[in-house]
Write a protein that binds this ligand. Structure first.
Ligand SMILES: Nc1ncnc2c1ncn2[C@@H]1O[C@H](COP(=O)(O)OP(=O)(O)O)[C@@H](O)[C@H]1O
Ligand SMILES: [Mg+2]
Length: 355
């Protein structure tokens, strides 16, 4: 049986198309709260080519999870406003009915959530949680689903998979739970995987193992991936392209090597400075970004990073810099006084990021 057979009609010849697998255009997602409207995602555009990995990076609260959920269409039913388009394999997901979306989730696009302890059902055995979607989406019978689930656990590096299928999530270590989450996400052979901080909270060795595993499965299954993280170090070696988010907006986007060689936006540079380096003597204090991200209910005028930027000028505080290209179409940034090879063109105006 071909696992994708019954979805082929919905997404004809999608793999032959040369346009991006996912195109997000001017996506805005706002929550109505008693204190006002929180624009968590504010006019984000990005595209993801087939077979590539796009890293989405930004500090906590910059809108990465809301962006991921908004792309999927996994938002609360009330109190949310979304505009813009999300075109996946040529079809606009924002125009789909709930029923149509359910045929996309898992089969076409799957999400690996930040926290496996809350995403997994604590009172259900691991096996049941995997076989459920295999039976529902792929119409497998009990025996076939069971066999496939064991094979999936094995493919995500879980020893004695038969035994683990009978375990409850709480009986597994954090690393094992994250592997189970990956197995569930990949069960129905999605084309696009949205991994939201898939290794946050795990120790560094396990983090690396899980990220390597994801990369290996991606290659084997020809998957496209969006890898969301607050840690630029995580995507440095794993993403083809990086999108930097700040306060709900994209502030820079470039192929990974370009971004590291020639960051234009001071915020990107600040994120780079906060990556630990192996060569640093132990005990070296990491540069952290001074100040806090702005309120999203009433964000500052001008560049949202200006209050924290050591190189901000008057113009930055009054007028919002648009996204523009740096040399090539592939590299865009939003800054009035961009860096050149990571170096500022204006004098430091206040304490902030170490220049
Ligand atoms: N359901 C919600 N209602 C109101 N505000 C929300 C809701 N979900 C997220 N937010 C706000 O949206 C912003 C972005 O959150 P999030 O996407 O989780 O950030 P990140 O994943 O980058 O850490 C935060 O300010 C957060 O408080
Ligand atoms: Mg998040």
């Amino acid at each position: 049986m071909s696992p994708r057979r019954h979805t082929v009609d919905a997404f004809p010849d999608a793999d032959e198309l040369s346009d991006p697998l996912l195109q997000v255009t001017d996506l805005t997602t706002a929550f109505r709260t008693p204190r006002g409207t929180v624009r968590a995602v504010d006019g984000v555009s990005l595209s993801v080519r087939r077979g590539t990995t796009v890293g989405v990076v930004g500090e906590s609260g910059s809108g990465k999870t809301v962006l991921s959920r908004s792309i999927m269409g996994l938002l609360p039913p009330h109190g949310v406003e979304r505009s813009g388009t999300v075109t996946f394999a040529g079809r606009d997901l924002t125009a789909m009915s709930a029923k149509e979306l359910r045929s996309v989730w898992g089969l076409q696009i799957a999400m690996i959530f930040q926290d496996p302890m809350t995403a997994l059902n604590p009172v259900k055995r691991v096996g049941a949680q995997i076989t459920e979607s295999l039976r529902l989406h792929l119409g497998m019978d009990r025996g076939e689903a069971r066999q496939t689930a064991a094979a999936l656990l094995e493919s995500v590096g879980i020893p004695s998979p038969e035994k683990r299928l009978r375990a409850y999530p709480s009986q597994l270590s954090g690393g094992m739970r994250q592997r189970v989450m990956i197995a569930i996400a990949l069960a129905c052979g999605p084309r696009l995987v949205l991994a939201d901080e898939p290794t946050t909270g795990l120790d560094v060795t396990i983090q690396a193992q899980i990220l390597d595993l994801l990369g290996q499965l991606q290659d084997e299954r020809h998957m496209t991936m969006i890898l969301v993280t607050h840690d630029l170090g995580v995507v440095a070696t794993r993403a083809d392209e990086i999108v930097v988010m700040y306060a709900g907006k994209v502030v820079e986007r470039a192929p990974t090597a370009t971004l590291f060689a020639d960051p234009k936006m001071p915020y990107t540079r600040a994120l780079m400075d906060s990556i630990p380096r192996l060569a640093d003597p132990s005990g070296t204090r990491l540069a952290t970004i001074a100040g806090r991200p702005p309120e999203l209910i009433d964000p500052p005028a001008g560049c949202r990073f200006a209050p924290r930027c050591p190189w901000a000028q008057d113009r930055c505080r009054t007028s919002e810099p648009p996204l523009r290209t740096a040399g090539s179409e592939a590299h865009t940034f939003a800054c009035w006084y961009p860096l050149t090879n990571g170096r500022p063109s204006v004098p430091v105006t206040h304490d902030g990021v170490a220049p």
